[in-house]
Design a protein around this ligand. Structure first.
Ligand code: PRT
Ligand code: ZN
Length: 288
């Protein structure tokens, strides 16, 4: 267990999750010195140490408490089958783990997988799936370039990650079963001490604040002055809404920020109370 008063996070050293993992931390106001030592780095402005690892090693490090938390794909987490807690889905690194067969195959249902040889790097997840579906097929575990296995006669089908589908297409394969939908998740060790738990809480608070800001819209409308008080009371805003006089006498322009979830109700209430010319614009950045 990490007994220092800082938190240690494991993220991918390089690869598809690296940039977004750094971005998520940055959005939480955490800047990292990614300088010369690419195995470990310190955050400038948060009690955090970052370990850069292969994604496959992250579940083990977090389970053992060598890292307190980590960012990893659910696909890797399930394949490694480690005992860690998922604390947040992060919305990036989205993909699916699918079974694909050569394009010309006459595939009608999952029972067509019976007796086939399926090449994969996801042996654990695939065997659980086949067992659950009661399909007796042979799993051929390989370490990479899974998509070429059918064309070189190594297997009849593959089970691999898919995002756009272009790798399958280029290799003359078609996706027939989706086994798992995955995205990057924040995981937490089950052996955290009190100070690390407090830091996770602090981090979660910031993560949620970022999530929220992405769900807000900027709203502009025209209101008759005699209805201004009522309209202002409907608008939540960050503080109170901005009110500017319009060139037309007796009217004002009102600006505010509205959350996506309550958006339609607020718009309806605003209209009912005399608001006109309502404009809604996305917010690129929101600093509260
Ligand atoms: O070196 P290290 O072991 O850390 O990295 P890695 O090479 O094992 O992983 P990396 O960087 O390729 O992927 C990291 C994580 O990104 C994965 O574990 C997934 O959670 C997520 N992810 C999202 C993907 C994809 N999309 C993806 N498309 N990982 C891999 N792919 C590959 C897939 O294996 C296939 O070869 O991309 C190809 C298919 O892509 P499309 O767009 O052609 O369908
Ligand atoms: Zn990997």
């Amino acid at each position: 267990m990490n007994s220092e008063k800082k938190i240690r996070i494991a993220i991918q050293k390089s690869g598809r999750l690296y940039e977004d993992s750094i971005r998520v931390l940055k959005e939480c106001g955490i800047d990292i010195n990614t300088g010369i030592n690419k195995l470990k780095a310190e955050a400038y402005n948060f009690p955090m140490e970052v370990l850069f690892l292969r994604d496959d090693d992250i579940p083990q490090y977090v389970q053992d408490g060598v890292a307190d938390i980590g960012i990893v794909g659910e696909n890797v987490l399930l394949e490694k089958n480690k005992d860690v807690k998922i604390v947040e889905h992060l919305g990036f690194g989205k993909c699916r783990l699918s079974i694909a067969v050569p394009k010309g195959t006459n595939y009608k249902s999952i029972s067509d997988l019976k007796g086939l040889k399926i090449a994969t790097t996801y042996k654990t997840i695939l065997s659980k799936f086949l067992k659950k579906e009661k399909i007796d097929a042979e799993i051929h575990e390989i370490s990479g370039s899974v998509e070429i296995a059918p064309s070189i006669g190594l297997a009849d089908a593959i089970c691999d990650l898919v995002s756009s589908g272009s790798t399958l297409f280029m290799n003359g394969l078609k996706e027939v079963e989706v086994i798992l939908r995955s995205e990057a998740v924040l995981v937490q060790s089950k052996t955290l001490g009190k100070s690390q738990l407090q830091l996770v809480e602090k981090l979660m608070f910031r993560l949620n604040a970022v999530k929220k800001s992405k769900k807000n819209k900027y709203i502009l409308l025209n209101a008759p002055n005699k209805k201004l008080n009522k309209i202002i009371s409907i608008l939540p805003g960050m503080k109170s809404p901005t009110v500017l006089p319009l060139a037309e006498k007796g009217w004002s322009s009102v600006h505010s920020v509205v959350h996506e979830d309550e958006f339609w109700e607020i718009i309806a209430a605003l209209k009912e109370n005399g608001a006109q010319g309502i404009l809604v614009v996305p917010i690129e950045k929101m600093i509260i």
